[in-house]
Design a protein around this ligand. Structure first.
Ligand code: 13P
Length: 253
């Protein structure tokens, strides 16, 4: 049997994080990680772009990785306000989130664009965290797996590997709402995603990490992390303070 993927606990700060408070929380996490002997999972913070460079310094020596929240498909050029994957890599990022449902909703991003962004991430040597997930209406109509299947098919580039690509299943209705999918629902969707990844990417698909995201909190993380084919979490609100994020990290550490 293939070895289970090494879990990843990732914090997505979204459009939050003033410099003083944000760096204070990052330093607290870094200290806890440095004091930790056993490290059975990877930890990642994705702050707003304004904090990437100072956070790289705050996290130095902690082995907490740094990531962007989005990237442009092009390597450089006249794209005011956008960030190339190459620029994220140059700032010390190892990961970038692409296709988050908030970008799909706020910026009308389609899966084909998400795929181009994931290709850009790979070109720049970044790991791409590719997000998928159904809305409440789609789930009510019994279309959750169909929607996730279509997003996977069109958002993942050719040649994804276990090292280059992470999938995040984030049901849109569970994001920032305090609602979480039940362990049974999570098991169903993660099992479905694993099956699709295996079929398309063979052994690499079997080794790819599939994160759950959507109102992950200290109180529900252990239960969610115990579900089959859940290889970590993508955490929003509860990643903003060390007091909330550290207990979530500890469920995998
Ligand atoms: P919350 O944990 O705040 O629900 O956000 C989840 C998310 O969207 C992470 O990318």
């Amino acid at each position: 049997m293939a070895r289970a993927p090494r879990p990843l606990i990732a914090g997505n700060w979204k459009m939050n994080g003033r410099r003083a408070a944000g760096l204070r929380e990052a330093r607290k996490l870094a200290t806890r990680m440095r004091n930790q002997k056993q490290r059975r999972c990877d930890v990642l913070l994705c702050p707003p772009a304004t904090l990437l460079a100072p956070m790289r310094e705050a996290l130095r020596g902690s082995r907490i990785a740094l990531g962007g929240q989005d990237c442009h498909a092009a390597a450089s050029g006249a794209h005011t306000g956008d960030i190339a994957a190459e620029l994220l890599a140059d700032t010390g990022c190892g990961y970038v989130i692409v296709g988050h449902s908030e970008r799909r909703a706020d910026h009308g991003e389609r899966s084909r664009q998400v795929r181009a962004k994931a290709e850009a991430a790979h070109r720049a040597g970044l790991r791409a965290i590719i997000c998928v997930g159904e809305t409440a209406a789609e789930r009510r109509r019994g279309r959750a797996l169909e929607v996730v299947g279509e997003q996977l098919r069109h958002s993942l580039p050719k040649g994804c590997t276990a090292a280059s690509t992470v999938i995040a299943y984030e049901p849109v209705w569970a994001i920032g709402t305090g609602l979480t999918a039940t362990p049974d629902d999570v098991a169903e969707v993660h099992g479905f995603i694993r099956d699709r990844l295996r079929r398309r990417f063979k052994a690499e698909g079997a080794g790819m990490r599939i994160l759950y995201g959507g109102s992950v909190k200290p109180g529900n993380a252990a239960e969610l992390m115990a579900v089959a084919d859940v290889d970590g979490a993508l955490v929003g609100g509860a990643s903003l303070t060390a007091a909330d994020f550290w207990p979530i990290v500890k469920t995998c550490l």
